[in-house]
Design a protein around this ligand. Structure first.
Ligand SMILES: C[S@@+](CC[C@H](N)C(=O)[O-])C[C@H]1O[C@@H](n2cnc3c(N)ncnc32)[C@H](O)[C@@H]1O
Length: 218
């Protein structure tokens, strides 16, 4: 993987063999804030448990930990990443400096994998190298899922209906799954599993994204 500069001037990562970036080519921080903070965390109240698919650069984790502090809420953050980003690239990304929290960004990355680790008084993280398709998830444990896998066309097996059925079960009632994608097959699958869908505008001028809500059936 290599560095790629988005249109807004921030770095992201690019995988040449997949022709895929880790964030929107129009802007990484603006996309993460919109899809995962505004359409994820900010739709909830109180202390929450988040599951992230694809820890990657740790940008979403950094923003979530900052948000926990600003909103004075506690966030327990569980994140999956079978292919951790090498340290030299993490440094070059510069997200800690850009978001004025270098120590926090470093602590999130330096902390142990495979166990629940306190980062601040508001934020704990559990990083695991387990793959989404392999992991067993307890039922009704998450309030929010950040679904941030590579695009459906690039990694279709992560967007399979069976995967979303597992994620549906792992959400609490009224829990939400938020993702940048608004692909037709994704929407059909989510609806048939039982999610109620909303389609706010996406980040950086994208027409639409997807918020899927586990609405309890009567
Ligand atoms: C779009 S990037 C994630 C961006 C990340 N949230 C960030 O802020 O940098 C997708 C991530 O999913 C990870 N991934 C790939 N295969 C996976 C799998 N089978 N299960 C979970 N994550 C996977 C990739 O390594 C990559 O880091």
């Amino acid at each position: 993987m290599e560095l790629h500069i988005t249109k807004s001037g921030e770095n992201t990562l690019y995988i040449p063999s997949m022709d895929e970036t880790y964030h929107s080519r129009n802007g990484a921080i603006s996309e993460s804030k919109h899809v995962f903070l505004e359409q994820g965390i900010n739709r909830t109240q109180g202390d929450i448990h988040i599951l992230e698919i694809g820890f990657g650069t740790g940008l979403n984790a950094l923003l979530a930990s900052q948000e926990a502090k600003v909103q004075n809420r506690k966030i327990a953050y569980h994140t999956l990443e079978p292919f951790p980003v090498p340290n030299d690239l993490l440094i070059e990304l510069n997200y800690g400096l850009l978001l004025k929290d270098e120590d926090l960004f470093k602590k999130i990355h330096d902390t142990k994998w495979e166990s629940n680790e306190p980062i601040t008084s508001n934020f704990t993280i559990h990083k695991t190298t387990q793959k989404l398709e392999d992991i067993n998830l307890n039922e009704s444990q998450y309030d929010v899922i950040f679904f941030d896998a590579f695009a459906p066309k690039k990694q279709p097996k992560l967007w399979a209906k069976g995967v979303f059925t597992k994620l549906f079960k792992s959400l609490k009632n009224n829990g939400i799954l938020t993702t940048y994608s608004a692909a037709g097959q994704l929407k059909r699958d989510l609806r048939s599993i039982g999610f109620r869908l909303e389609h706010p505008a996406g980040a950086n001028g994208k027409r639409e994204m997807t918020v899927a809500i586990k609405t309890p059936t009567l």
